[in-house]
Design a protein around this ligand. Sequence first.
Ligand SMILES: Cn1nc(-c2ccccc2)cc1C(=O)N[C@H](Cc1nc2ccccc2[nH]1)C(=O)O
Length: 161
Amino acid sequence: MVWEIRMSQSRGMAYYFNTETKTAQWEPPAGVDVNSLPGADYLASAAKTQGQVRASHLLVKHSGSRRPSSWKEDNITRSKAEAEDILRGYQAQIGGDAAKFAALAQQHSDCSSHARGGDLGWFGPGQMQRPFEEATYALQPGQMSDIISTESGVHLILRTA
Ligand SMILES: Cn1nc(-c2ccccc2)cc1C(=O)N[C@H](Cc1nc2ccccc2[nH]1)C(=O)O
């Protein structure tokens, strides 16, 4: 396998390194099961021992968001109430299905992590906005949150590890 998964010290996040072309990227290489790459289980156990968690999210921004723009929309003007209604619609479509979560996050999340099905990678205490951190740590791996609000907008969270 030419791909390896490595940890970026600066961003505390895993990235993907192609040992043939000697290139690195944040996005998981297409068609590769990244959990089977060399380095994956070592990184997972290291992260767990550091009390880190891993989560994906689906973010819908609104006019009050800290940065009311995204890869989808240059100027986001919807109200917070509209954003919550939209997110409730996705929540109903997802049910408890993690695969549906990733598909909808990829299509609809206003976070740049949409490119990875909403996967934010591993993070520890103090790295994410407090409401997001508290909601994620309150979940068991595999569990989804209800709608939570941060300065970025409204989110659904799926804790993955
Ligand atoms: C925290 N983070 N990680 C990524 C990310 C991770 C992996 C691959 C690409 C991007 C993007 C972000 C981020 O802050 N994105 C913001 C939106 C946002 N705000 C958040 C607040 C809490 C958790 C995730 C959040 N994402 C943006 O795109 O405007």
